[in-house]
Design a protein around this ligand. Structure first.
Ligand code: HEC
Length: 214
């Protein structure tokens, strides 16, 4: 055979077979499709990185929390300091810059679902896992109270917090907070529902029932 034939045979047969054999052996190809075992790690440090994830504990900081708050006196690049200490002050000065605008980008819903629904539920009216696990039931966002709040007052609650609800000024840009308010206004168009809470402790009777008012 001429040497040209060896090259053709190598390219057409040997190389593809070698590639298939390598896939089978390494587990990165077909093995992953039929095995429930974790795949063979070629680069171990890509799977197991020396970092902490969100909500994980860490022994690095004294408070053993991996997630850090913002450094006092600093603001996010796209944020600003929230200086109002009462909702009355906020109401006297703030106006919703996106009032009445439809949320075409879905920003309000996206931010609400990420930052508020955990406690207030996607509808603003229902119970959530954190409530079932012991957090007091937050007020109904479609209830008469929140409905009567001005946009500026809602902005104040979101920015500064209210009682056990933390403030979100360091996590949400002012613009996002206004879009959330528009989205809450959308949620408030739904009929008011009553919500019954069953605690995780199944030996006790349902603990809280929310009536028309909270
Ligand atoms: C960690 C749970 C939690 C998260 C997250 C949360 N809230 Fe709250 N929220 C509460 C609780 C609890 C209250 C009741 C506080 C009180 O007793 O005054 C509350 C109160 C409120 C109120 C006042 C309602 C009233 O009738 O006085 C509004 C408005 C509100 N939240 C909106 C939001 C929005 C918008 C977000 C997202 C940016 C959000 N909350 C995120 C727990 C939460």
């Amino acid at each position: 055979m001429k040497s040209k034939h060896y090259i053709v045979i190598t390219v057409v047969l040997v190389l593809p077979l070698a590639a298939i054999a390598f896939h089978l052996w390494s587990g990165i190809g077909f093995e992953a499709l039929r095995s429930r075992k974790p795949p063979f790690q070629i680069r171990y440090d890509m799977y197991y990185q020396s970092k902490v994830g969100a909500q994980q504990g860490s022994t690095y900081f004294a408070d053993r929390s991996a997630m850090r708050g913002h450094v006092p006196g600093t603001v996010p690049r796209d944020g600003d300091l929230y200086t109002y200490t009462t909702w009355e002050m906020a109401e006297a000065e703030l106006r919703n810059p996106v009032a009445g605008m439809s949320d075409v980008s879905g920003r309000g819903k996206n931010r609400y679902d990420s930052f508020c629904a955990t406690c207030h539920s996607p509808s603003g009216q229902d119970t959530t896992e954190v409530v079932r696990r012991g957090m007091p039931l937050p007020p109904n966002l479609a209830g008469p109270n929140a409905k009567a709040y001005s946009d500026a007052r809602l902005f104040h609650v979101i920015s500064a917090g209210q009682n056990i609800m933390p403030g979100y000024a360091d996590k949400l840009t002012p613009e996002d907070r206004w879009w959330i308010i528009n989205y809450v206004r959308e949620l408030q168009k739904a009929p008011l529902r009553l919500v019954e809470i069953h605690s995780l402790d199944t030996t006790s009777t349902p603990t809280t029932t929310r009536g028309e008012l909270q």
